[in-house]
Design a protein around this ligand. Structure first.
Ligand code: CA
Length: 507
């Protein structure tokens, strides 16, 4: 009897392994400058993101996901290559990405994946490694974006966040080869500066005050000079374009007329037109954060559209959905907007992964992961071996809920874009489970934080008695990491590169 059913069991086993070997699809939904503080799954007290939360509800949320270099184009290059900025060549936003180099989409393509890149690319050179691409030009506008394609420029009408989702859905439904597994990178401009909301959300939050973060009125004491000499304060550096109107203080008659035209003397807002001091500061914070959150509302709605389509089409069960952003963001913490620092709000980034049948629904992970790991993780999910020269690690064991052997105990970070927008000094550093050591190498100055005792990073402990041993250990770890990642000394000049003079017009 047993002899008779044995071949039958073998057939069943091979059938089930064939089923589980069916290649997975990857849907990577990516935003630009999305603070984890503005995601309800991360505990936001300022907004609700029901659709991003859907991914978290069925997936795994990473509480300690970081970037290697907190700025837009460099982060994208790290994700594509699985290599730190000094090896992929994209140290700053101003450089052109070398698209000839190895990237994970190219490796997936070689193994039979269909690949698509839709939305914000921001790397100057044309995308490579994609069967289909349609991307914003540079930063791209919030409305009516012209988009670059392999066939030339397309003019599109609509709100950019909706447009990017429309194109993604159209490619999934109509354009792809349905016999092949896919990788889609659906990448938004939102919520990047200057935070222009979509038509549906223009007046959302009009009637409420958004809570302020604890460190909104930071005085930058007990730290080195860079924290106070940057140019990213809500108080002093938001422009008329950011606020969409001249801030209502010290108005000239012409500016007063602008307010009159925008709101009219009967409107409450008009009465606030001559604010001063903290009242003016509060006004700017509310104005800034509300537009930012309105941009997130459109992102969240559009993520819902993608998730609904996966459900309706039956693709959901075989598609790994990843939500992330190119870095974190200051939503008023330390009095700032923007990113760039190794301080937590911009060093961290949201990362949520839903892998049906693998990620435990509603689970959270606290391992130190980095955008450096995305390439190898995606390759591993798709059953493709990672090349040895990639510098991250596959997060697949973490996604399976396993204790990963030899997972990293410290992170390396380096920021290069100085002189540059917002005047954040170049720095590198190491973060462990509890401590962070930052080296502002242009100034030869160090900061040390105990993240357990001082999670807001307001008091540098560097040079204080009792921290000598810890400091020495962290410095030694930093040296080890720089060696491991093959980081060269930064010998670039500290002045801006000379601009190419414009050609004289022929008279
Ligand atoms: Ca960004």
């Amino acid at each position: 009897m047993l002899k008779n059913i044995f071949p039958f069991i073998l057939v069943l086993l091979s059938a089930s392994s064939a089923l589980s070997a069916k290649p997975l699809n990857v849907l990577f939904i990516f935003t630009d400058d999305h603070a984890y503080q503005a995601i309800s799954a991360y505990g936001s007290n300022r907004n609700k993101t029901p659709n991003i939360d859907r991914i978290a509800k069925d997936g795994m949320l990473f509480n300690r996901a970081f970037v290697t270099n907190s700025i837009c184009a460099p982060s994208r290059a790290v994700i594509l290559t699985g290599k730190h900025s000094h090896l992929n060549g994209q140290l700053t936003n101003g450089q052109r990405f070398d698209g000839e180099q190895q990237t994970f989409p190219k490796l997936l393509q070689k193994k039979g994946y269909q690949t698509a890149m839709i939305g914000k690319w921001h790397l100057k050179s044309d995308p490579t490694g994609f069967d289909f691409w349609q991307v914003l030009q540079g930063q791209g506008p919030y409305y009516n974006p012209p988009m670059n394609t392999a066939q030339g420029v397309k003019k599109i009408t609509g709100y950019t966040t909706d447009v990017i989702t429309d194109i993604t859905l159209d490619w999934l439904k109509n354009d792809r080869d349905k016999n092949k597994p896919f990788l889609v990178m659906s990448q938004h401009k939102a919520p990047h500066r200057n935070w222009q909301p979509g038509p549906k959300y223009l007046t959302k939050y009009d009637d409420i005050d958004i809570p302020e973060p604890e460190t909104l009125r930071d005085n930058y004491k007990n730290r080195l000079e860079p924290a106070s000499t940057q140019a990213m304060t809500i108080d002093r550096h938001l422009s008329v374009s950011d606020l969409k109107i001249k801030a209502p203080g010290n108005l000239t008659p012409k500016q007063r007329a602008m307010w009159d035209a925008a709101y009219g003397p009967k409107n409450e807002a008009f009465k606030e037109a001559n604010l001063e001091g903290d009242a003016l500061f509060k006004w700017k914070y509310q104005r800034y954060v509300k537009d930012y959150l309105r941009c997130i509302d459109s992102v969240d709605e559009n993520i819902g559209r993608l998730l609904d389509y996966l459900d309706e089409s039956g693709l959901a069960e075989n598609t790994v959905v990843i939500y992330s952003s190119d870095q974190g963001w200051y939503l008023g913490e330390h009095g700032w907007y923007d990113k760039r620092w190794m301080y937590e709000e911009s060093f961290r980034t949201p990362l949520i992964v839903r892998w049906p049948g693998v990620t435990k629904p509603g689970s959270q992970n606290t391992d130190l992961v980095q955008n450096l790991d995305y390439a190898q993780t995606f390759l591993d999910i798709c059953g493709v071996k990672s090349p040895k020269d990639m510098q991250g690690a596959s997060m697949v064991p973490l996604l399976k809920g396993k204790q990963a052997k030899n997972w990293r105990k410290s992170l390396y970070y380096q920021y290069y874009e100085f002189p540059g927008a917002h005047s954040v000094r170049r720095h590198y550093g190491v973060r462990t489970d509890r401590y962070k050591l930052i080296y502002f190498y242009m100034l030869d100055g160090w900061e040390l934080y105990d993240l357990d005792k001082d999670p807001n990073e307001l008091n540098s402990l560097y040079g204080k008695p009792g921290y000598e041993k810890l400091t020495a250990e962290l410095k030694s770890e930093l040296t080890r990491l720089r060696k491991q990642y093959k980081v060269p000394e930064d010998t670039r000049p500290l002045t801006r590169a000379p601009r190419t003079p414009k050609k004289k017009k022929k008279s």
